[in-house]
Design a protein around this ligand. Structure first.
Ligand code: B4P
Length: 189
């Protein structure tokens, strides 16, 4: 299965992606996690990405696309994957289409987790208090949300037109949401 999970920051993408990837036995590829690992290791990619992330901006498409292209070329992705937080722009959609077309494949389903803005702000402020992530301050959270609705939410219409979009409410406990996601995909947990 080649899957994508989308939703505003704080919708629970990362949380649900871990559960879903384990349930269907595919690698979980989170662009945010890969960037954060590069930042903490101080790699050249991490050094370039950090300022964008700390400001709540997207890392430029050329850097992000090259990183994902490389990750998808690894052997563990040949039978499927779950992309979490990618694509986030139209250019990234085009890049993903082209990488997959190169191996005769395509995205099979796109899950959109829906939540309201007040809920996501309170979740992210909660995470900030627990984990101290550098992009979880209130001003940066608001910018990340604004950018999501401006640049990324319109992509769901494109996937809807292709008949791939599955919308799932992200409200409720982590377990409630994961039951909904698995049901929507017809996966037996
Ligand atoms: P991400 O790592 O994708 O960060 P995110 O949007 O906040 O999602 P995340 O997965 O962490 O949060 P989740 O909703 O699961 O991106 C970080 C940054 O990296 C971006 O801002 C950008 O700069 C850069 N980046 C990443 N991908 C990029 C791309 N493709 N192009 C350009 N730049 C890119 O969870 C949030 C919180 O909610 C957690 O604390 C969780 O515990 C809690 N939660 C989850 N489910 C819950 C539930 N049901 N109830 C209550 N709380 C819940």
């Amino acid at each position: 299965m080649r899957l994508v999970i989308m939703g505003p920051p704080g919708a629970g993408k990362g949380t649900q992606a871990v559960i879903l990837a384990a349930a269907i036995g595919v690698p979980h590829i989170s662009t945010g996690d890969i960037f954060r690992a590069n930042v903490s290791e101080g790699t050249p990619l991490g050094i370039q990405a950090q300022a964008y992330m700390d400001a709540g901006e997207y890392v430029p498409d050329d850097l992000t696309n090259a990183m994902v292209r490389d990750r998808l070329s690894k052997a563990d992705c040949s039978a499927g994957f779950l992309l979490d937080g990618y694509p986030r722009t139209l250019e990234q959609v085009e890049e993903l289409d082209s990488v997959l077309a190169g191996v005769g494949a395509s995205v099979e389903k796109v899950i959109e987790l829906t939540v309201d803005v007040d809920e996501v702000v309170s979740r992210l402020l909660g995470r900030s208090a627990e984990q101290g992530r550098s992009d979880d301050g209130e001003v940066v959270i608001r910018r990340r949300l604004e950018l999501y609705f401006e640049a990324t939410a319109p992509l769901t219409a494109l996937y809807e037109k292709r008949g791939l979009l599955v919308r799932v409410s992200g409200i409720g406990t982590v377990e409630d949401v994961s039951v909904r996601v698995l049901e929507a995909l017809g996966v037996n947990a």
